[in-house]
Design a protein around this ligand. Sequence first.
Ligand SMILES: Cc1cc2nc3c(=O)[nH]c(=O)nc-3n(C[C@H](O)[C@H](O)[C@H](O)COP(=O)(O)OP(=O)(O)OC[C@H]3O[C@@H](n4cnc5c(N)ncnc54)[C@H](O)[C@@H]3O)c2cc1C
Length: 389
Amino acid sequence: MLDFNNTQIAFSSKSNGELRNAQLLFTAIAHPSLVKCAKVASNFALKIHFPVSWAVKPTLYKQFVGGETLQDCVPIIEHLKKYNVKSTLDFSAESEQTPEGIQATFEETLRSIDFARGNENLAYTVFKPSTITTDDLLAKASEKREPLTEAEQAEYEEFKKRFFALCQRAYDNDVRILVDAEDYCFQDALDELTDEAMRMYNKKRAIVFATLQMYRHDRMPYLERIYNDAVEKGYIAGVKFVRGAYMEAERERAAQMGYPDPICPDKAATDANYDAAVQYTVERIDRFEMFMGTHNEESNYKLARLMDEKGLQHNDPRIFFAQLLGMSDNISFNLAAAGYNVTKYVPYASVRDVIPYLIRRAEENTSVAGQTGRELTMIRAEIARRKRG
Ligand SMILES: Cc1cc2nc3c(=O)[nH]c(=O)nc-3n(C[C@H](O)[C@H](O)[C@H](O)COP(=O)(O)OP(=O)(O)OC[C@H]3O[C@@H](n4cnc5c(N)ncnc54)[C@H](O)[C@@H]3O)c2cc1C
């Protein structure tokens, strides 16, 4: 019986020391003012090239990041494997959008796809399209408010080449690749490219996965379009479901630019949309492969129940549950112990490059209602259980 409150299984991978560290960390990041100060301090330190490693590495970095390089991530991959949890290595450097930075990110992503070749402990590879071009160009190409100049068009063609080169490499290596979803203003262009890539590479199995942010109220019709296209053109659609990470910014931008808010009116509507997408997909699973990225316990229970109802094996290779490294271990490890396919997003990058990612994780754990509370309650319960036992 699946039970996310089973802390013994949830933290079986953590030593007493690691558990105490996690407790300290989550206690600290529960304080919004502390996170705000850390953000200001780390941004300033980065600007003046002040070393921050000593403060970040044993704390946030240790909890949420796999290492600086692919090779550094091997111990965590091996460790997770012992608990039936696979890894998805995510190059999370948020470098400046210079031609050199873009090229370096592109090359590192290629290396991550090569690294995953034939490695059954690596469930997926992944990339953020905005890291292989500039935000301004992507928004302009996607929104089509004004035509691209000749130079911009040439730059956009370069971006497309990089996008398809990553998908092609995944195809050649026979590994799955997730195209992360980002800002609303980029997404039309990215959907178009991802749809095309799915048609090209998903004939035999799902290699390329589109990400659908279900906090957007227009995503069910998009999912239906993907399904119809897959049936018509004869391929397996890869879909990754998340709720979406940029709600406040999206609402602000829509108001500023004077277009309708793309986000569902409230949390309940987002949850209903999310459930509907998962249900739709499971009911047509012969045409889909599905990655469900969420820390929401109810969503995870629902998918597990749905799989039972449909008579699907827990380890049906078409369905994966996913959480971020260092978060919601109670979900990941309990699902894995019950035989479901589970993967952790394992970010990697140098301390300096990954700081914006870490700050977001800290902020998320402060702002997502109940997330830190849940983590802390679980950790405290497990510490108490170990003391008793
Ligand atoms: C493995 C993994 C991969 C991810 N990849 C991506 C990605 O590619 N792109 C991306 O954008 N995000 C991504 N995320 C983050 C994700 O979108 C969510 O921000 C995060 O997981 C929190 O949502 P939840 O389902 O886990 O939990 P919950 O706590 O149940 O949901 C919180 C989410 O609900 C929505 N929400 C909250 N309040 C409201 C409201 N008032 N009105 C409408 N909606 C509301 C928001 O989306 C918010 O983030 C990923 C997460 C995971 C675990």
